[in-house]
Design a protein around this ligand. Structure first.
Ligand code: AMP
Length: 190
């Protein structure tokens, strides 16, 4: 099994690269943001509960994410592996993922952290909001999402560095060049 985490702040290009990696390595792409947006669109019980939280740029409570993760992995039991995109975002989520992996004798092979300068992030998020009509990406919400990232998600860097799986890839350049750098890390992981 090959399990990968695509890590980094909102706007860094995780989704694009995670989706390419899932196709290339035949893995299941798990974007918690996409799953939650679909729940909102379908007006499910969960969707209704999380709508306002997502619109504000805050994080959805861990218990919903952990349940969602367990259901998703259960649904794809025979998969060759997973590409997690936007998950985990808190220490509690990272611990839950680790426990789940241990239960099935698996582990996270690499945490691929994409990095770009802060001004570039804001520029990308503003453009994406316009292009995709993402109502969670207004200027104030964008700022809040970045603050929330620093506060809750950045501590995961140490968590994964300790496990010796954390790799930084510069997130600027063409999509294909960045992807080539990512493949290089994944292919030479042993
Ligand atoms: P994303 O598309 O990954 O930027 O996620 C959009 C929004 O969904 C985030 O701002 C959060 O409100 C929520 N969300 C997605 N993934 C998570 C997660 N792992 N933990 C908590 N909230 C999440």
């Amino acid at each position: 099994m090959l399990n990968l985490i695509f890590f980094g702040p909102p706007g860094v290009g995780k989704g694009t690269q995670a989706s390419k990696a899932a196709k290339h390595y035949n893995l299941i792409h798990v974007s918690t943001g996409d799953i939650l947006r679909e729940e909102i669109r379908l007006e499910t019980e969960l969707g209704i509960k999380v709508k306002d939280v997502i619109a504000s740029g805050e994080l959805v409570p861990d218990k919903y994410l952990i349940e969602l993760l367990e259901n998703t992995c259960e649904k794809h039991k025979g998969a060759q592996g997973f590409v997690f995109d936007g998950f985990p975002r808190t220490l509690r989520q990272a611990e839950a993922l680790e426990e789940m992996m241990e239960r099935t004798n698996c582990k996270v092979a690499k945490v691929i952290s994409l990095e770009v300068p802060a001004e570039e992030l804001v520029r990308r998020l503003v453009n994406r909001a316009i292009e995709q009509g993402r109502t969670d990406d207004t200027a104030d919400v964008i700022k809040n999402r970045l603050v929330v990232y620093q506060k809750h998600t950045e501590p995961l860097i140490d968590f994964y560095k300790k496990r010796d799986v954390f790799v930084v890839i510069p997130g600027e350049g063409t999509i294909d060049d960045i992807f080539a750098a990512i493949c290089n890390v994944i292919d030479n992981r042993y």
